[in-house]
Ligand binder design. Structure first.
Ligand code: DP6
Length: 326
């Protein structure tokens, strides 16, 4: 029996400037560039084994066999890998996350980044970081940003081969911390893939996209010079703009819960009192509260005192997707 196996680890990432809407939905070519950093303490570990005797792909997530839409998405992705490698063999995919899926921590980012690296390596493709980022993007747009290390920018590009992400600073460049305030563990009703398709139904999307270069430039510079205040204002503006688009789409996407709003208001009060802290939210009710290492314990205590927060994850800036042996 011929068996080709590889394991990889990848971190999710939090976008400081968001990806929302595609020019090409099938290829996941985004309408705008985005900037993120990887979250070091959260990860997906995925083992891919191509087995010649298998008659279809099989998927296990956190130990449970997964079928339906989750499997379909992985099969479509593995078809791209098989096409690139020129082989037919099916695979067993075993994926484990150390954080809850479907709540606003982008599990698809770490999942498809780890899957890209493990699957391409197992099948014998030797891809550059750029090629890996392009491949991961086909599985989930934000996964393109979980391939390179630290602080990352995804250039939108116009076609499959020029829409990829690069590291703009290593993880050690700036000691930021993301405290993820989990507001609910429930699976979100409308995921990001369906959400991207609605972006253009909002009259606000064009204004958001037209202003993106300015926000990207400011955040890129703020990262370079460790300018928390400049970053904070753009990060909150960008999150608010994306959620304004979501709330004015048809049908309406409303991810904010009462607790999400209370956290955002408190974060603004804390920053007004001189603490370097800001918020951002993805396609879910959780609030990512970003601060520096020096203030992370203080912010943790403040969040822990609030009602309605179920759990708090703490993550510093993380490294790139990497192969692991076992
Ligand atoms: C709100 O990358 O999850 O988190 O490409 O359909 O998998 P798909 O979408 P996804 O979208 C992420 C949207 C976001 C913003 C961001 O991470 O940039």
């Amino acid at each position: 029996m011929k068996k080709l196996s590889s394991s990889a680890i990848a971190h999710p990432n939090i976008a400081l400037i968001k990806y929302w809407g595609n020019k090409n939905q099938a290829l996941r070519i985004p309408v705008n560039g985005s900037i993120s950093f990887n979250l070091d303490s959260l990860f997906t570990k995925t083992e891919v084994t191509f087995i010649s005797e298998l008659t279809s792909d099989i998927l296990f997530i956190n130990g449970h066999e997964t079928t339906g839409l989750g499997l379909d998405r992985v099969v479509s992705f593995l078809n791209i890998v098989r096409e690139q490698a020129g082989t037919q063999s099916f695979a067993k995919v075993n994926s484990e996350n150390n954080f809850p899926v479907g709540t606003g921590i982008a599990s698809s980012a770490s999942a498809f980044a780890a899957l890209s690296l493990a699957a391409s390596n197992a099948i014998g493709l030797d891809l550059s970081e750029k090629e890996l980022s392009c491949l991961a993007r086909r599985g989930s747009g934000s996964a393109s940003r979980s391939i390179p290390e630290g602080f990352v920018e995804w250039f939108p590009g116009v076609m499959d081969t020029d829409s990829y992400a690069v590291s703009i600073a290593p993880a050690r460049h700036w000691g930021l911390v993301d405290l993820v305030a989990v507001v609910t563990h429930e699976h979100k009703k409308v995921g990001s893939t369906a959400g991207h398709e609605l972006a253009n139904t909002s009259p606000l999307q064009k204004a958001r996209v037209d202003d993106t270069k300015r926000r990207l430039d400011i955040v890129r510079e703020a990262i370079k010079y460790h300018d928390f205040q400049a970053m904070a204002e753009m990060v909150e503006l960008d999150s608010n703009m994306m959620h304004a688009v979501m709330m004015t789409s048809r049908p309406v996407l409303m991810y904010w819960e009462n607790t999400s709003i209370s956290i955002m208001k408190n974060v603004q009060k804390w920053r007004a009192s001189g603490i370097p802290v800001c918020y951002t939210m993805d396609a879910g009710p959780n609030v990512h509260v970003i601060t520096t290492k020096d203030y992370s314990e203080d912010i943790y205590q403040k969040l822990a005192c609030m009602n309605g927060i179920k759990q708090i994850f703490i993550a510093a800036v993380g490294g790139k997707a990497r192969l692991v042996n076992d």
